[in-house]
Design a protein around this ligand. Structure first.
Ligand code: GLC
Length: 483
């Protein structure tokens, strides 16, 4: 007993730290351990938390996959090609020159496309926009001095500048997806990319050997890695503040240092000290295992991890994470994929992600002229409509601090409120939670007060006969004293 006050005193800084820490780390048990051989982070926890703050509060971003593949729209020479549409060059085994010859004439960005994207993201309630500056096909959307396979040389426009400026004009944070895989570049090291590029010899391999020491004397670039670094330098030095660098991606056999990853990351951090980067430059278990069982996490490899096409069942313990997701089955535009997720599913996925302490990066795949498929626009608008009424339960929210519930999800605010997301109304019209104290409940949309009573250790909240939202009606629950 006598140890109680001192124990409490000892706990106070811990509790304060928990209250101020990221949603992910506040809710998560420290079960994701640092990588055993990792050097201690050079950045303090406080500086890291400050840098991550906007990203953690944003909770929802819009992803855009757009490049030459958008013009193929899922077909090669008229025939449907299986697989995600932005992989069409690889999946249809098209040599780079032939690919460029057929695809370049189809890529015709319409004026103002970037403003449409940025307005859509804003309308959807997304707080940031991440788009492909270069995908695996190797085509750069910016004005690159080290390549002619870029937008400036082929369409006479710097498309990265257009998108970055449009995003900023809408008050959005902006990020660049950048692929280290490059099927166009003559010195790209296919052979190192064992798993991805098997069987060898690779059908896309050019005549120039990967180890040609002098492939581009003009630009004084000796290796693909030099080229990669030169393009990334252009991207981080020519467009003002860039908020996110979304690397994609390393594989077993071609992990981090194959790409001179630590040098690349140091270069990016020096030019953009506030930037947030994912960890895909290194092999990431969070990426390899969509269920999110991340055995270790090394902050030197990036700030957050990126489960793909799935929300990990338990979130990713102790680590910042962002689930990326398509609305149909492909990242790049396909005219053949009509398998759209419903708005309800997408809204609930956003809520599910937030309830586990993560961000959602939801993808659109515009057509070759930059226009966004109507199905994607409708879904983004539906999410935006829902967020306008219920955004308080998502932005800056924390993971569910209680047990999972059958009727929906729970998110929390930093100031002790709980948001009860009702997906399915329980048959008896009541929500039951094991919670101490007196509580007050109201519908977040409209503010109608709901009856709350205690039953032993539980709190019971009576639902109104009609819930306002068939996708997710949110109830705000707060301690009586705060009400
Ligand atoms: C994978 C795919 C790629 C897509 C990305 C999005 O890396 O190769 O096509 O861009 O995931 O997460």
């Amino acid at each position: 007993m006598s140890s109680m006050p001192s124990l409490r005193a000892a706990l106070i800084p811990v509790l304060i730290a928990l209250a101020c820490a990221s949603p992910a780390s506040a809710a998560a048990p420290a079960s994701t351990v640092p990588r055993p051989d990792a050097a201690p982070p050079t950045e303090s926890q406080a500086a890291f938390d400050a840098r991550m703050r906007w990203w953690r509060e944003a909770r929802f971003g819009m992803f855009v996959h757009w490049g030459l593949y958008s013009g193929a729209a899922g077909r090669w020479n008229g025939a449907p090609v299986k697989g995600s549409a932005e992989w069409i060059q690889r999946n249809a085994h098209v040599p780079s020159d032939e690919y460029a010859r057929q695809m370049l004439p189809l890529f015709k960005p319409k004026p103002g496309f970037a403003r449409e994207w940025a307005r859509l993201a804003k309308r959807a309630g997304a707080r940031y926009l991440v788009f492909t500056s270069k995908h695996h096909e190797g085509y750069a959307l910016h004005d690159s001095a080290v390549s002619e396979f870029d937008a400036q040389d082929t369409v006479g426009r710097d498309l990265v500048r257009e998108v970055v400026q449009a995003a900023r004009a809408e008050g959005l944070k902006v990020g660049l997806y950048h692929s280290v895989i490059d099927w166009h570049h003559p010195a790209y090291p296919y052979r190192d990319f064992a798993r991805l590029e098997q069987p060898l010899p690779h059908p896309l391999e050019k005549t120039a050997p990967a180890d040609d020491p002098d492939y581009d004397r003009r630009a004084n670039l000796k290796t693909y890695q030099d080229f990669l670094q030169a393009q990334v330098r252009e991207l981080i030095e020519h467009y003002g503040p860039i908020d996110v660098l979304w690397w994609d991606y390393s594989n077993p056999g071609a992990e981090g240092e194959t790409w001179r990853a630590s040098e690349l990351m140091a270069m990016v951090r020096a030019a953009q000290p506030g930037i947030v980067m994912n960890n895909r430059l290194y092999r990431s278990l969070g990426y390899d295992d969509p269920q999110g069982s991340l055995r270790w996490f090394d902050r030197a490899h990036g700030d957050f991890t990126t489960p793909e096409q799935a929300v990990p069942a338990q979130g990713v313990a102790g680590v910042d994470w962002e689930a990326c997701l398509t609305m149909n089955g492909t990242w790049g535009y396909s005219a053949l994929d009509h398998d759209w997720k419903s708005s309800r599913e997408l809204i609930r996925t956003l809520v599910d992600t937030a309830s586990k302490g993560g961000n959602l990066l939801l993808n659109i795949g515009p057509l070759a002229d930059g226009s966004v498929p109507a199905e994607s626009v409708q879904r983004m608008q539906a999410i935006g409509d829902w967020l306008r009424r219920n955004g308080d339960s998502i932005y800056a929210s924390r993971a569910n601090p209680l047990q999972p519930v059958e009727w929906g999800r729970i998110t929390a605010s930093g100031d002790g409120r709980l948001f009860l997301h009702v997906f399915e109304r329980p048959a008896n019209g009541e929500l039951r939670l094991r919670l101490p104290g007196t509580r007050r409940a109201r519908l977040l949309d409209g503010g109608a007060a709901l009856e709350v009573r205690r039953d032993g250790e539980d709190v019971l909240i009576a639902l109104p006969p009609r819930l306002p939202d068939a996708d997710d009606s949110v109830i705000e629950l707060r301690a009586q004293a705060d009400a």
